[in-house]
Design a protein around this ligand. Sequence first.
Ligand code: 3NM
Length: 219
Amino acid sequence: MTDKRALLDKIDFYLVTDSGLSRKGTLSDVEKAVAAGCRIIQYREKSISTKDMIVEASQIKTLCGRESIFLVNDRVDVALAVDADGVHIGQDDMPIDAARDLLGPDKIIGLTVHTVEEALEAEKMGADYVGLSPIFNTSTKKDAGSGIGPESIRAVKDAIKIPIIAIGGINKQNSESVILGGADSLVAISAVVCSDDVEQETREFVALIRKVKKDAFGK
Ligand code: 3NM
């Protein structure tokens, strides 16, 4: 197991980039989030050329260094080009086994799932974690559908062993319900990248998640 894979068990707050919403830009957001203790970054970029993505992805890889996992959303080719730590893929993207063949056994592959059945299938196919979505209604992803509610996380947690990352409409007010519901980590895009101080917001999310885990589970 690589060092980065071992980090997967220790993640609290998970940053997904969004250049459309960001106040200060993707690179600044990543730099601030890493400085604030975010140990996993997903580069999600749908509006620039592949050439520009590769330049930005390699800069993000440098910012993540050895401390933070660096994943690329959807684009296995970009992940390979910059030797990222892995990819995050959706149900309609490249199948996990094809991504695994291209990336090799050591890279991290996360898959978005919406149901217990999809989570079981993801684990069976060799995903390293699942992104469970959308927990609450969100306007950040237009086609995300309606929130499944934090009470839906438990059934997924009971069904699989790999980590669950919750996403969709999460903020500091509802984070506790998400972690108590069974998520190992959570993503909050607009709550962080739309803020004036990404470093401070990330710090607050990291501290809040750690506190809820410690108080509820003693870890
Ligand atoms: N994927 P916010 S929801 C990138 O449901 C993404 O799969 C989703 O943004 C899914 O934290 C989402 O601002 C956006 O609600 C989440």
